[in-house]
Structure formats: structure tokens, C-alpha cells
Design a protein. Sequence first.
Length: 408
Amino acid sequence: MRIKPFMIKKNVKFQEWTNSVYARALFYALLAFLGLRIFTSLVLLIGVIQPANVYPTLDITRNTLFTLEQESGFSKLFLAPWYRWDTVHYLEIADFGYDFDPVNTIWPPLYPFLIKTMKLLFQPSLVAGIQVSNIFFVVGLFLTYVLTAEIVNEKTARNTLLILVCFPMSFYFIAAYSESLFLVFTAAVFLLINRKKWLWAGIVSALASLTRVQGVILIIPILVALIQQYDKDRNLKYLLVNALSCVYAPFAYGLYSLYVFFGLRADWPWNTLSSYWLQRFSLPWEGFYYTFLSILGKNIHPDYSPLLVKILNIILPLFSMYILIAIRKKIPLSYSIYSWIMLILVVGKIDYNNTLVSTARYLLTIIPVFMGMAIILNHKYLRMAYFSIGIMLQTILIIFFYWWFWVA
């Protein structure tokens, strides 16, 4: 039987792809995802032994949770445990829109929109939300691997994925939260910068800003990389034309804010964050100081965060600062500047007690930090220690999350 030339060509191309960095990136991304997916599901079986004894106060939220718990054994064990905190608000937006509760406007629309779209295939909304997060988590891991392989090497890329999924807060990638989506956009912007695809980098940064307001900060690495390019070729026209890509993200978030204020007749999202959710931005050291006082038991107002979470909210950003200092010469300047600005914003967000809020969780998408950890923890015993501590902490935090403690 004679083999046709186009079949030979296809086989050669397929073989080339299977031997490429992209095939390995997909393999390790799926492996890391499945590891975290199985691990979190097993930990949440704690509900069989010790069910949560705290329930949300709002009737609609409590009724939804009861429905999930009573629908089937699968729903009770593998869906209901994820119906917690911000997930409730994302699903409210997806199901009923912002009119249902204008205080939800602090969450931009892209992630809820994707949940609403996924509902065409999966019901209920919680299943759709988890599907969106899980799919984008695999994509985010894939892009993170490719990015790290380009910047450092593939060994570091593999270790970066391991370190990322073992991070104490990584179970939020599996939950119906926007972490996975934001990870994808962050990695994609960095890769597009590497390839000098400025227009696409601007478009992706705009999508990131419609996922989280912090997405606007992704214009920083684009601008820094453009300035570095100008320093090489002194092409002012090239700089000015491509600098327009830095406009897309603030423009996109600005349009959303205008829609909230004029379309919904609600307050500006940042004002709602302050007035209703009692959170604001401060000088970076203020959160550290008051969180330390809170650890010592000197709270002015009631605080429902476990002590472990407060300690991690101090230790993990400080460790991240050390990592960024240690790898400052090993990653592009644009990555470094972006990471520092994001880190300052992360530790600058405080609550009504002036303590750090969701700090450890927000570190999840600062990719250069995990890249740096993979570079620094280059000995197998260091990685084993990190793996053991990370898994232990993540187990405890997942259980806290299931029991309705405010983890992040």
C-alpha cells in the first residue's frame, strides 16, 4: 500500500509537535492540574467526617447550598464544598446580573460572563464556574511552563508548576474564583511581549482588567519592554504607535466603571469596595503593622480570619519580596517591575481592622515569584521541604475554607 505524501507530512509534523516544548508543557500542565484536582477533592471529603456547622445568612445563598447538599451524593461531596465566599457573588452575577445586588460590581464581568456561557453546557451554575476555572487553570499552567522555559529552562519550568500547585492557596485555582483566568492573561501578556506582539498584548491586558481591576497593571510590563526596545533601535515612531497598546486595559475597565455608574446607577466600584466591603488601599507597611497587632490579639473589631491565615499574610509576601530581590538579574526588567508593583498593591489592600486581606491568595498570579522560587529552591531537599510544608498548609486551609472560615 502506497502512503500518500500529505500523510507522511502530517505524521512528521505531529512527531515534531510531540517532541516540542509545547507537548511537554501540555503534559506537565495536565499532570499538575490532575494532582491538585484529586488532592483538593480528597481533602474536602472531610465533610463526611465533620460537616460544616456554619451557613450563610442570606436566604438565597443558604437555600442554594441546601439544594446542592441534598441533590445527590456527588453534589454534596464534590460541589457543595466549593460554594463559598466570592463564588457565591460570581454565580449571582452570572445568574441574575448586577441588578440583583449592586454591591457585586466590585467584581468585573468577564469571569461571570464565561460562567453564564458555560451554563449552556453544564448545570447548575456552580458546575459551570468550576469548569471554567479548571479549563483555564490547565491553560494557565501550560502558558506558565512555556514562559518559564523561554526565560530560564525546562527544568525550572517543571519545578515552577510543582511549586505553584503546592502553594498554600493554590486550591483557589480549582474553585469558582477568577484566579485561573487571571493567570492565563498574565502569562499570555508576558509571552506576547517576548514575541513583540504589542497589539495582542494590549488586547489581552484589557481582558485581564475585565477580570480584575489589577489587570490594568499589565500595561506596565508592556510599556517597560517598549521603552527597552526604543533604547535599542531609537525608533520613536515604533514606540509611539505600539504604546497605544497600553491604553486598552484602562479603557476597558473605564468603560465598565462608567456602565456601573451611569448604566446601573450604582456607586463607582472602588467606592463600593470602601463603603460596603470596608476595604481600602493604604501604605504597604500599615497592613503588616496592624496584622501583627491582630496576631497578638489587639483587634479593635471582630475578626473571623484564622490565626494561621494572618501569619501567612505576613510571611508569604515578605518571602516573595526576598525572591524578587534574589532573581532581579535573572528575569526581564519588565517582569520585575510588574511584580513589585503588584506586590505593593497586594500588601496595600486592608480591611476595616487595617489588616491585610486576601494577601496570600493574590500572590498566586504573580508568576515571576513562582519562577523565582523554582530558581532558588534548586536542591531536591529544599523542594521536598517546600512540598511538605505547602501541602500541609494547603490541607489545613482547604478545611478552614470548607468550614466557612475567611481564608482569603
